[in-house]
Design a protein around this ligand. Structure first.
Ligand code: ZN
Ligand code: ZN
Ligand code: ZN
Length: 378
């Protein structure tokens, strides 16, 4: 098994310096005085390491003008310096001892601020204290600024998504080659978790195994149901490799699928292929959704496809851009997202096909290369 250390995940310092500079540019463009980034994927994106979210404040302060500061608990300082290396030279590092007023340290660096953007997952306890300390400044979401950066992947990020997708494909091929009947969903799910790691992920994130009538539940939690002949099985699996996520779904059938399931599946396969083929720069995200939905609607399954067609993916499994009908946002090269229509007949069966697709200059690049035909398994 390949062991990939945290340090090996770091990109060159210049990448993070560039991201910090672009984040400040986003703050200026959006009329905010600063971005306050607590431990999260945003934080790891900007600084290249994952810091723990604690009851003591860790906060990367990126002012619209001037250089960034990193306010953190004193005991977190050695980790930060170790991980940041030379990048620390461009940051003011502000260690706070136990009982120190870390929120006050943030406020002291933002005199006269009118609008301050806080990281979307910052704990409410910090947001409320910052709001009081920064009064009368308005607090807004930093997510729009961060998403503007993170949704356009750089080449090393695309390479990591490709590698993660290849690992997920290897795990999918392995599990669909095994006998599944007679095992519980939970057993198969645990097996997939092992396969995801064996195939090169640093960690398995999820392994949905939804069999029989459970396959009609898109986010079914694998349980004690024993898989048997005549079951459709939705396998939706993913992990993280070098900081980037995989996410792929294939549908299997135990034995010969009845004609109405085979017909449903063929509609789904065509819809998913059409949506992948629609990917190109300048095409609205909503058009990808419509490409899949139109085929499913026309075949009469419209009511049974009740979720968006896809979500962006990167350092998080779900991030922008989201592929829903009403999203007019044009795709640009460097966007990476899932294309995953599904058809679910309550009480009976369901199916989903999911690939990660990159929008490139020349169109869509499908990262998952396993076949999209129904997997016949024992
Ligand atoms: Zn999902
Ligand atoms: Zn998935
Ligand atoms: Zn997905």
């Amino acid at each position: 098994m390949a062991v990939i250390s945290v340090a090996a995940d770091r990109l060159p310092d210049s990448v993070y310096a560039g991201r910090l500079a672009r984040a400040a540019g986003e703050a200026r463009a959006r009329g905010v005085d600063a971005l306050l980034i607590s431990p999260s994927a945003d934080y790891a994106y900007l600084l290249g390491y994952r810091a723990p979210a604690l009851e003591r404040l860790t906060c990367l302060l990126i002012p619209a003008q001037g250089s960034p500061s990193l306010i953190l608990p004193r005991l977190e300082e050695p980790l930060a310096r170790h991980e940041l290396g030379a990048l620390a030279d461009g940051l003011e590092i502000v260690p706070c001892g136990e009982g120190a007023d870390s929120v006050g340290e943030v406020a002291a660096r933002l005199p006269g601020a009118l609008r301050v953007a806080v990281q979307d997952q910052m704990w409410a306890s910090f947001v409320l204290r910052l709001r009081a300390a920064l009064d009368p400044a308005e607090l807004v979401e930093a997510g729009h600024a961060m998403s503007a950066l993170r949704r356009v992947k750089e080449e090393p990020e695309l390479d990591r998504l490709r590698a993660a997708a290849a690992a997920a494909d290897a795990a999918m091929l392995a599990i669909t080659a095994e006998r599944l009947s007679g095992r519980t969903e939970a057993e198969v799910s645990r097996r997939i978790n092992d396969l995801l790691v064996e195939a090169g992920h640093d960690a398995a994130d999820f392994a949905i195994v939804a069999s029989g009538p459970n396959s009609a539940s898109p986010h079914h939690g694998p349980g004690g149901r024993i898989i048997e002949a005549g079951d459709a099985i939705v396998l939706d699996i993913g992990g993280t490799r070098a900081g980037y996520c995989s996410d792929t779904t294939r549908t299997a059938f135990i034995g010969d699928p009845p004609p109405d399931f085979a017909a449903l599946y063929e509609v789904l396969r065509q819809a998913q292929a059409a949506a992948c083929a629609a990917v190109a720069p300048g095409v609205a995200a909503g058009e990808i959704d419509r490409a899949a939905r139109q085929i499913i609607d026309e075949a009469g399954y419209g009511e049974q496809f009740f979720h968006r067609t896809g979500h962006g993916i990167g350092m998080e499994t779900h991030e922008e851009p989201y592929l829903f009908t009403a999203n007019p946002e044009p795709l640009v090269p460097g966007n990476a997202f899932s294309v995953e229509p599904g058809i679910y007949v309550a009480g009976q069966w369901g199916a989903r096909i999911e690939d990660i697709v990159i929008c490139s200059e020349s169109g869509g690049e499908r990262l998952n290369t396993t076949g999209t035909d129904l997997y016949r398994v024992d």
